[in-house]
Design a protein around this ligand. Structure first.
Ligand SMILES: Nc1ncnc2c1ncn2[C@@H]1O[C@H](COP(=O)(O)OP(=O)(O)O)[C@@H](O)[C@H]1O
Ligand SMILES: [Mg+2]
Length: 527
């Protein structure tokens, strides 16, 4: 026989607070699994307790924030007041820390940032929580997603009641209470920030700042003793974070952060610095593919193209020189043949005419027909023979200027080719690697969402290459994770209340069915 509370079916207990019991519940009307908080019978008779209880519905009921539990319904059945709210799947922060002992610094920061954001939102809506402590923070994923619960003694601006002292006596541990709250003074959002400061102190050092054997001694210490400096469990805790804690725990509210947003900004900065440090860890700098590939390709291309062009230049130089040499040699031999007769007849006029004609040719720097010896760049020296008798010698020298000019032109052309090739490769590789970097970044972000426990994210980008396959593999993994989450949840619920058909109902609230089952757009399991 199922236990019911009004239209809700109760399926076992989830947790207990000072005055209330939290049940796992089911709402058959909208087929939703939820949490139902009821005031314990022994308190239900007292007006003050009923008031405290209903405060929660009034305060949290107005708030819609991912870091705050959502209230669905409030009512009284057979004299038992109840609140129906979003079911949170996970331990309280207290139990979570007990299980994990020391949390990583960035998880601590993540938790503090979410609570700072939730408080900032609540304070802007005129709601002060007044009971921020680890038991009232539920951890919904191992990576440190959290939600603030239990607005049981929350204070609504303009509707503050005079029953605070009484409410505090039933609120449990005073370790997290602000000095002004203890004194019974008027409190505002800064009191919540003090409590968050104690939570942060406790997360970082494993202890609350003040310890005492009895409550009176504890309250006296909170009100009068100087703050013992936190001894962080992690030696790498940044000083800036300890400074944030000290600021939050200032006895004077005007010396604290004035809003959650102010606090969030500083926490975010510290987290960014830690993230940067993680990236640079052990000197492993982040070097983008775009830069490294471009640099490597440029060096490779520069070396190969230079070697190739150098070889071409060398070969061309050799060929041209040989050509010029052969030309000079042929010319010299012709001249020697032509001048043999004139030399024999000692016809100086004819010889002079021959030399003059040669001198008019562009490439011939110097022609001498003499008995002695001469000098030139390309110097050709040949005997002038007549019927095998050496009559004298002919010397011809050719200027190499034209050859050098040709070589210079070749060199300029080759350097231009080299630079153009390099520029093309540089631009090409840069653009191509950009096309790689974008899909890699998309995949990295999607994986980041999985790490945060969000399995509803799919990559929609269509491509025709290996990335398409990688994206489908990612999507298949997310489908499978989501389906597993879903079946694990419905299994748990079936076990809790086997008489209720839960399968179609749970889909609406908790993990949605995988995409492949055509149920429309999947929703986040955490809502
Ligand atoms: N919405 C919820 N879903 C699941 N568990 C919850 C939810 N709200 C509270 N709990 C569990 O019940 C415990 C008591 O709830 P809480 O609202 O703090 O009660 P109290 O006002 O009596 O302190 C919490 O510490 C938590 O473990
Ligand atoms: Mg509580």
């Amino acid at each position: 026989m199922a236990i019911t509370l009004g239209r809700y079916i109760l399926r076992g207990e989830l947790g207990r607070g000072a005055m209330s019991v939290i049940h796992r519940g089911y709402d058959p009307r909208i087929r939703r699994i939820l949490a139902i908080k009821t005031l314990r019978a022994e308190y239900a008779a007292h007006e003050a307790h009923r008031h405290r209880f209903l405060t929660e519905a009034r305060a949290a009921g107005t708030l819609t924030h991912p870091g705050i539990v959502t209230i669905f319904d409030v009512g009284v059945v057979n004299g038992v007041p109840f609140i129906a709210m979003e079911l949170l799947d996970g331990p309280t922060l207290e139990a979570f820390v007990e299980r994990h002992k020391r949390l990583p610094l960035r998880t601590i920061l993540r938790i503090a940032m979410q609570i700072a954001d939730a408080l900032d939102y609540a304070h802007r809506q005129g709601v002060i929580h007044q009971d921020v402590k680890p038991e009232n923070i539920v951890v919904t994923s191992d990576s440190g997603n959290v939600k603030l619960t239990d607005f049981g003694i929350a204070r609504l601006r303009h509707t503050a009641q005079g029953t605070l002292a009484e409410e505090q006596t039933i609120a449990g541990t005073p370790h997290f209470m602000s000095p002004e709250q203890i004194r019974g003074d008027e409190v505002d959002g800064r009191s919540d920030l003090y409590s968050l400061g104690v939570v942060l102190y406790w997360l970082l050092s494993g202890d609350t700042p003040f310890r005492a054997d009895n409550v009176h001694e504890l309250l006296r210490k909170i009100l009068t003793e100087p703050l013992p400096p936190p001894k962080p469990l992690d030696p790498a805790t940044p000083q800036a974070l300890l400074d944030v804690v000290r600021t939050l725990l200032d006895r004077d509210p005007t010396e604290r952060y004035q809003t959650g947003a102010e606090l969030l900004e500083d926490l975010q900065r510290i987290d960014d610095a830690l993230a940067e440090q993680e990236r640079n860890w052990q000197g492993r700098r982040f070097i983008s593919l775009r830069l490294s590939w471009t640099a490597i390709m440029s060096v490779l291309v520069a070396v190969t193209v230079s070697a190739g062009l150098g070889w071409v230049y060398h070969r061309q130089n050799e060929a041209m020189t040989r050509l010029a040499y052969d030309y000079g040699l042929a010319l010299t031999e012709t001249l020697a043949l032509e001048s043999a007769e004139d030399l024999l007849l000692e016809d100086r006029i004819a010889l002079q005419a021959l030399v003059d004609e040669m001198a008019r040719k562009r490439d011939i720097a110097h022609v001498s027909i003499s008995d002695g010896e001469g000098r030139a760049y390309f110097l050709f020296d040949t005997p002038v023979l007549y019927q095998n008798h050496e009559l004298g010698r002919l010397r011809l020298s050719m200027s190499t200027a034209a050859l050098q000019a040709a070589n210079r032109a070749t060199m300029t052309a080759l350097i231009a080719v080299l630079l153009a090739t390099l520029a093309t490769v540089l631009v090409g590789v840069y653009m191509l690697s950009r096309r790689l970097v974008v899909p890699i970044e998309i995949l990295r972000r999607a994986l980041g969402q999985i790490t945060q426990g969000r399995f509803d994210k799919r990559i929609r980008m269509r491509r025709n290459d290996e990335f398409e396959r990688l994206f489908s593999a990612y999507n298949a993994m997310a489908d499978s994770l989501e389906a597993r989450m879903f079946s694990a949840h419905s299994h748990k619920r079936n076990a809790a209340a086997p008489n209720v058909p839960p399968a179609p109902a749970t889909r609406l609230v908790d993990a949605p069915p995988p995409r492949t089952r055509h149920h429309g757009k999947p929703r986040s399991p955490s809502g």
